[in-house]
Write a protein that binds this ligand. Structure first.
Ligand code: GLC
Ligand code: CA
Length: 541
């Protein structure tokens, strides 16, 4: 495999609105990120994926872009962004941006022009029809996917909110606009791109095809050729699909993307067929284990994996895969289970300190357009979820769980700012879940993350973690994750109890030494009684 500069790097995802509010207006900003670069450097991460920081009315918190080449004034200025890029670089940290190509904002100049008249040159930038086509297909954020425009006597298509009109990729001008936007940021020194819902840019509305349309891969290849493929960057696609879809995007000879996020595990905790994510299901750990193994076996020798358990659209990983009774232990176990697999590790802000889901008191405390759209559809409209059940579903699955302000310290507003009311409630657990206190506590989740990152980058073992083969062991065991990484006669074994119970276990190999552990135990025999969520990384003789 051809080696790339980013193969051994950790990516850290920042949701700028919630990371750090420097000017104390209640909203996180770029200067806030700059002020925390030393924290991030000390943590050991190398690439910062920033969710969209472009001009936006913020209906979907930046995933509704009104100008692809300018900075959202809520977050700062272009000078601030240039400063962030250069200050990060001084610490050997690089910036990954979020490219939303599928749709823009209804506040974008293109859309304002488009609705002026049918023969305006921008009209064909969007998907207008005289009548809704396939009206049974609904918007992801609730309600209809077609919105009427009186001045045109036409409807436009929006997969997401009505303020997020889909761009018409059948119009070659759109490819050009997106290429120009990417090239603009490449020249500014951006070194990575996360592509938002990239599987949707081949849609064929009239044929009822929304994801994975026949022209999808040709378009991604064209973007590669005309823009980011000319720069030495890291790319990852948000591509809801299966293993074969992942291969199509990531086989190096296809010249599309380096890796994609797979959502088979993280979305398995809700019944997506019924109410989107608002019918939660209990976690099936064996299913998740099988899925992670499937992607390791399916991609490792051919392309590359993205390793993640959290992002800004999901509940927190301790709530999902771990246990509140074993908060610290399970947080560390989850990290050990995922980040020693083969691929690029992604950490979502706050995950490294064990931030948790929040129970908001009332529906109006939620900011997310998805929550309010689903409430209208299921609780008020169809009436097939009660208000109480809907709120319970939010406590598990609402995207705002991951969007509460970062908990920096046990002081006013958790150190997010100097006291102005933040745009979203702060989780009251900041008194004991916060970065400053955890830095001082040798047994904290934060210090475990630091140790884990250091170990994965330790020159003695790095090649094994980055390039070593992955072999799943004891596959049928539904409680235990056991896997082996091997490279040039070095073997490292990762053993994780993913259950909240003790499990006796006989280790099927000869131990040389323990490289990482989350319980303060000595391991001198092969017969061990694993504690709940115990995790051990062994070097094998
Ligand atoms: C992606 C983003 C999500 C956003 C949606 C529409 O799924 O991660 O936050 O709402 O796309 O852009
Ligand atoms: Ca601010």
């Amino acid at each position: 495999m051809e080696k790339k500069w980013w193969h051994d790097k950790f990516v850290y995802q920042i949701y700028p609105k919630s990371f750090k509010d420097d000017n104390n207006d209640g909203i996180g900003d770029i200067k806030g990120i700059i002020s925390k670069l030393d924290y991030l450097h000390d943590l050991g991460v190398d690439i910062l994926w920033l969710t969209p920081f472009f001009t936006s009315p913020m209906v979907d918190n930046g995933y509704d872009i009104a100008d692809y080449c300018d900075i959202n004034p809520l977050f700062g200025t272009m000078e601030d962004m240039e400063m962030l890029i250069s200050e990060a670089k001084k610490r050997e940290i690089y910036i990954m941006m979020d490219m939303v190509a599928n749709h823009c904002s209804s506040e974008h100049r293109w859309f304002k022009e488009a609705i002026k008249s049918k023969d305006n040159p921008y009209h064909d930038y969007f998907i207008f029809r005289d009548e809704p086509v396939h009206p049974e297909h609904k918007s992801c954020f609730g309600g209809e996917a077609w919105e009427y425009v009186e001045s045109l006597n036409q409807y436009y298509f929006h997969e997401f909110a009505k303020e997020q009109p889909d761009l018409n990729f059948d119009n070659p001008k759109i490819m050009e606009e997106i290429e120009n936007a990417i090239n603009f940021w490449m020249k500014k020194g951006i070194r990575g791109i996360r592509f938002d819902v990239i599987h949707m840019i081949g849609k064929e509305i009239d044929n009822g095809i929304y994801g994975y349309g026949p022209k999808l891969h040709k378009r991604v290849q064209e973007l590669y050729r005309t823009s980011y493929g000319n720069y030495d960057i890291i790319t990852v696609g948000e591509a809801w699909g299966n293993l074969n879809d992942a291969l199509d995007f990531t086989l190096p000879e296809r010249n599309e993307l380096n890796m994609v996020f797979q959502f088979e595990c993280t979305s398995s905790t809700n019944d997506n067929q019924r109410h989107g994510k608002f019918t939660p299901k209990p976690i099936d750990m064996k299913y998740c284990k099988d899925t992670w193994i499937k992607y390791q076996n399916g991609l490792n020798s051919k392309s590359w994996n993205a390793l993640f358990v959290e992002n800004h659209d999901l509940g927190r990983c301790i709530n999902r895969f771990g246990s509140l009774d074993y908060m610290k232990e399970s947080a560390k176990a989850i990290a050990t289970m995922i980040y020693f697999q083969k691929g690029t590790p992604y950490i979502y802000q706050g995950q490294e300190i064990g931030m948790l889901n929040i129970r908001m008191d009332s529906l109006s405390d939620y900011n997310d357009v998805e929550v309010h759209g689903a409430y209208k559809d299921y609780v008020l409209g169809l009436k097939d979820i009660t208000h109480e059940d809907f709120m319970e579903a939010c406590y598990k699955e609402a995207r705002d769980n991951a969007r509460t302000p970062f908990q920096w310290e046990n002081s006013i507003n958790a150190g997010f700012n100097l006291g102005t009311k933040p745009w979203l409630k702060i989780n009251p657990n900041y008194t004991f879940v916060n970065a400053l206190d955890e830095l001082k506590d040798p047994n904290s989740i934060l210090n475990y993350y630091k140790e884990l990152i250091k170990l994965r980058k330790n020159p003695l073992y790095k090649d094994t973690f980055v390039y070593g083969t992955f072999t799943a062991l004891d596959i049928d065991n539904k409680d235990i994750f056991l896997y082996k990484r091997e490279y040039n006669h070095q073997t490292i074994i990762i053993l994780v109890n993913m259950m909240d119970k003790k499990i006796p276990y006989t280790i099927p190999f000869e131990i040389d030494k323990v490289l990482l552990k989350n319980y303060n135990k000595e391991y001198d025999t092969k017969e061990i009684l694993l504690s709940p969520y115990e995790a051990i990384v062994y070097l094998v003789k």
